[in-house]
Design a protein around this ligand. Structure first.
Ligand code: CAA
Length: 256
């Protein structure tokens, strides 16, 4: 059985992590397949948004501890652990939505944090429990979590291995929305379809600008945003969007 399943539904691509026997533990085979699927859909003109989901018990329970247990320094250094295939998601320009049910622990939580939108089922549980292994979050957790929920909450989670339920994760701003478990797939797909119906270059500009806020001063970020805004005036879709509004008709975007 493939460790990653893919399908398209209209303009939405769905990638499902599929190692249920190991709670979707993220080994190289899975991360390679995930990266390949992400890049393939990012390059596919028929796709406007990508949904990443796990199973009902686990989105993903982290990096594969069974594989890591015997590694030494040179294995991870030469093998470029994390850098080699976990960073691919950062290069995806289209919106990526995570649909999270069950455990999103360790690398699974970090994978969700690397997505643009997180829709959580009531059963979702988020934790960075690497401290229990005398490790540390190594796929961006110590960097993305404080940016998402602030230092005080992030330190608590990383230092104590505390588990957040979906409502706490929502309260802290870790997730975008919380829905009942039986509505997770439908709600995430509907949201992805809605997003994929907008102009793709505008979506990509928004994603790039919001992500830039992580990596720049406010002044630089605002300048970057202004440049993106000016670029919109060179876009057929933006003119179509504004003309359609004024004519009280639905827009017909060319670049979707
Ligand atoms: N790696 C490898 N196998 C894992 C795994 C992981 N991260 N998480 C779960 N599994 C396996 C278990 O070993 C078990 O396999 P067997 O049936 O062969 O024994 C199977 O998945 C089911 O797991 P459990 O029996 O433990 O299920 P549970 O419901 O009792 O507990 C859990 C669920 C609380 C998530 C527990 O499995 C757990 O704590 N997992 C580890 C979580 C963790 O520490 N993640 C961080 C990994 S390090 C990391 O991610 C580093 C980084 O930043 C990149």
């Amino acid at each position: 059985m493939p460790v990653v399943l893919t399908e398209t539904r209209g303009r939405v691509a769905v990638i499902t992590l599929n190692r249920p026997e190991a709670l979707n533990a993220l080994n190289d085979e899975l991360m390679d397949a995930l990266g390949e699927a992400l890049l393939r859909f990012d390059a596919d003109d028929r796709v406007g948004a990508i949904v990443l989901m796990g199973g009902p018990k686990a989105f993903a329970a982290g990096a594969d501890i069974a594989v890591m247990a015997d590694w030494g320094y040179m294995d991870v250094y030469q093998g470029q652990f994390i850098t080699r295939n976990w960073e691919t998601i950062r290069s995806v320009r289209k919106p990526v939505l995570a649909a999270v049910a069950g455990f999103a622990f360790g690398g699974g939580c970090e994978l969700a944090l690397a997505c643009d939108v997180i829709v959580a089922a009531h059963s979702a549980r988020f934790a960075l429990p690497e401290i229990k292994l005398a490790m540390l979050p190594g796929a961006g957790g110590t960097q993305r979590l404080p940016r998402a929920i602030g230092k005080a909450k992030a330190m608590d989670l990383c230092l104590s291995a505390r588990v957040l339920d979906a409502d706490e994760a929502d309260l802290y701003g870790l997730v975008s929305r919380v829905v009942p478990d039986d509505e997770l797939h439908g709600a995430t797909l509907a949201l992805a379809e809605r997003i994929a119906g907008y102009s793709l270059p505008a979506l990509m500009a928004i994603k790039e600008a919001v992500n830039r806020s992580y990596e720049s001063t406010l002044a630089e970020g605002v300048l970057f945003e202004r440049r993106q805004l000016y670029t919109r005036f060179a876009s057929e879709d933006a003119h179509e969007g504004m003309q359609a509004f004024l004519a009280k008709r639905p827009p017909e975007f060319k670049h979707r």
